[in-house]
Design a protein around this ligand. Sequence first.
Ligand SMILES: [Zn+2]
Length: 314
Amino acid sequence: MAASSEVVLAVDIGGTKTAAALADRDDVLLRIETAATPASEGPAAVIATVAVLADRLLGTVDLRLSGVGIGTAGVVDAGTGTIVSATDTFADWPRTPVAALVREALGDLLLPGAPVVVQNDVDAHAAGEYRHGAAAGSDSALVVAVGTGVGAGLILAGDAVRGAHHVAGEIAHLPTPGADHLRCPCGRIGHLEAIGSGIGMHAHFRSLGGDAGIRDARGVAGAAASGDPIAQRALTESAAAVGRALAGAATILDPQRIVVTGGVPNIGDAWWRPMRDAFHAEAIDALQSTPILPGTLGDDAPLRGAAASAWRAP
Ligand SMILES: [Zn+2]
């Protein structure tokens, strides 16, 4: 590991995996450790996993932490480092005071006064792409992750915009034409996530009468590539819904750049082309030149963003 006199701990708590890294002043990840997230076992087990990873990372170096940055699944009150709400994957995660519990669990691994910053994982991802990835050098960016679900982070003038209810920028629940027959995980009908996410693409495919043997978006993309017309339609319309929602979001936010990341865009041109076409069909003239770029940091984005947030804590 590179010699560095000051490090922060960056943590990405996902539904299945928790990754932790030591990062230097430039948010460069010096060493990464991962473990399964015991999401169903409750908050104490999840926090204990973070502490185990920190021990493992610091075990070989004589350093204490200058700060901790955490990105986690769920809606987060970043001001207090507390979970506001979360999906059922995480038992008892709502109302968990993650910042306080991590501070307690790490104890004297932390330097006195070191900040513990907790935010939503997609917001951490957005901070990474904003500082070091596809949005580096821009003043404002909307970063949208399209995977199993849809998440987004919004940064204006260098600061993450959280909103009055901690959901600013969350285009997942934007009413989106073309999704009127599908139920969103939030329980409502017609939101972007209901058709634009990986699960949504598959649900749309099934609603069109697609092959019941195909179980997920990856399968839909494979069938589309092999010429299945229903799969091609589902893929195109799912991607178009994302482009349409991005045009709506751009109309309100007018970000300098839009960055799109996650597993679904990895489908490639068959997804990007209809997504971009739908954006350009909906966006007003002034927004036509807004760059829509793929993320460049991949899995490192949330960790680098969490590190950046720890170093820049007020
Ligand atoms: Zn919804």
